[in-house]
Structure formats: C-alpha cells, structure tokens
Design a protein around this ligand. Structure first.
Ligand SMILES: C[S@@+](CC[C@H](N)C(=O)[O-])C[C@H]1O[C@@H](n2cnc3c(N)ncnc32)[C@H](O)[C@@H]1O
Length: 261
C-alpha cells in the first residue's frame, strides 16, 4: 500500500493562504513575468537588486528564478521570522546577498541598487502622508543613476478596495498617488495595468460563512473575525462587485526610472 505523506504540511486554514487559494495563478504569473521583463529590459540590467518587504520570499523566488543573467538580491523585511524563512527558502537556488531585518523607514542602505522592487508592501510603509512621501522618495534614492524601481500595488478602482466595508488604507496608498508623486519629481514613470482575478464562487454558493469571514480578515487587514451582521454587509458588497464569480484586484506595476546622469 502506498502512503499519503503530506498531512504534516497541511496549513491551508489561515488568512494568508487564502490569497493563494483565491488568486488566479495565470493572472499572478503574468504579473511575475511582467516584473521580470521590466528587470531584464532595464538600462542597468539586473546586477544588484533589493526586494523591499520580501515576506517569506515566495514572490521573490518567482522573480529571481526567471531573471536572465547574473544577479544578486538583498532582502529587506521587518518581520524576523518571515525573513529567516525567506533566507532558508531562497538561498539554495538563488544568489542572495545581505539580509536586513528592517522596515523601509529604518533601513540605512550601504549601497545603491540597479533594481529595487516591491510587491504589495507600500500600504505598511507609513502612518501619514508626509512620512509616506519620504518613503516614496527613499525608494528612488536607493537606486544608482539609470536604475529602476518597480512597485506593485493596487489602484483606486481595485475590487479589493471596492468590497471593503470601510476605508482601511488611506488614499495616498493608492497607485494613482505615487504615479503623480514621481511624475512631479520629474522622473520617468510608466504603468502596466494588470489583471488580478480572485475567485469567490465558493463563498457565493453557501450559507455557511467560515470562508467569508476568513476572506473578510484578509481584506480588512485584521486578526478578528467579523460578527454576522458585519459579514452579511461584506457579502453584499462582494455580490455587487463580482462578475461571474470573480473579483478583479487590478494590480498596477509602477515603473520608475532614475535618470542616467
Ligand atoms: C502583503 S505582504 C507581501 C509580501 C511579499 N512582498 C509578497 O509579495 O509575497 C507585505 C509585506 O510587507 C512587509 N512590511 C510591513 N511593513 C513594512 C515596512 N515598513 N517596510 C517594508 N516592508 C514592510 C510585511 O512584513 C510583509 O512581509
């Protein structure tokens, strides 16, 4: 008889894993491929990279595995446990340089980078607009001349924001704000508007609400489960926004080039 060995690896009950269950992998990998294309085509190439807020390194690996040519990537992540996991996960197959257990704000860079990239971390950079502006500026200050910053984030029209019961992230976090900010700085800014569908057909086809409440926690960035009234209100918003059982989070990839002189 053959044994099933994998019960010990079963962890699909938490909020973070929910993202992986719901997201359409083809949409996500099209985003990864676009990031890789932007790294490969950057004037300075992909020699030295920094991933800001790498988490456990899953997105980092998807990107690094596909970059053409030699490169070395430093990791910045304020959560020490996530960073240790990322280091252990990435080191066997990817060229990882320094690892920094820091937030973007507290990071004191020892060098400049050809590429700085970040995937869905800008919401946590600052508590107010003034500090957020400082972090936006810092991202480009981390670049060598001719370097490129790649920031993956959500636009105002994202279904992620549309299904929220209340505003969780101040509006300066929306992609449109940083685009205007960088243009005003006189930088060259390009934007790739990408599809990022999330499946909600499971939630819409049952009266039970465990998955609805878990999804609520993810969307509202909270550790607490909502009460029944709150989750019913959330369900109504999902119903209004969904198209054929999918939401579209509509990722924007904001590409900022530092002038080569
Ligand atoms: C939504 S997760 C994204 C993780 C990873 N980039 C990915 O795409 O899978 C947000 C990450 O940002 C990190 N983070 C939170 N505050 C940060 C800050 N001030 N500077 C940099 N990263 C931060 C979190 O610890 C977390 O790992």
């Amino acid at each position: 008889m053959t044994r099933w060995h994998f019960w010990g690896e079963k962890e699909f009950s938490d909020v973070y894993e929910n993202i992986y269950i719901r997201s359409v992998m083809e949409d996500w990998f099209n985003i990864v491929f676009e990031i890789v294309r932007q790294i490969d085509s950057a004037r300075r190439g992909a020699k030295s990279l920094l991933d800001v807020g790498c988490g456990e390194g899953h997105t980092t690996k998807q990107i690094l595995d596909r970059i053409k040519g030699r490169c070395r990537c430093d990791l910045l992540e304020p959560d020490q446990n996530a960073l240790s996991t990322a280091e252990a996960f990435l080191s066997p197959e990817n060229n990882i340089g320094e690892i920094y257990p820091r937030s973007l704000a507290s990071f004191r860079a020892e060098k400049k980078y050809d590429i700085v990239f970040t995937s869905h971390t800008n919401y946590y950079w600052a508590l107010n607009q003034k500090d957020y502006d400082r972090q936006l500026k810092k991202v480009v200050d981390l670049l060598v001349k001719g370097g490129r910053a790649l920031i993956l984030t959500l636009p105002q029209e994202s279904d992620h924001y549309r299904i929220m019961r209340r505003e969780i992230y101040p509006r300066f976090n929306y992609a449109q704000y940083m685009i205007t900010f960088y243009k005003k700085m006189g930088l060259r800014v390009a934007v790739k508007k990408l599809k990022m569908r999330m499946y909600v057909g499971d939630i819409l086809s049952t009266d039970k609400n465990f998955d609805l409440k878990t999804f609520y926690k993810f969307i509202h960035n909270t550790d607490s489960f909502p009460n029944d009234k709150e989750s019913r209100g959330f369900l109504e918003k999902i119903k209004r926004c969904q198209r054929k059982n999918y939401l579209d989070f509509k990722d924007y990839l904001v590409i900022v080039d530092r002038r080569p002189f």
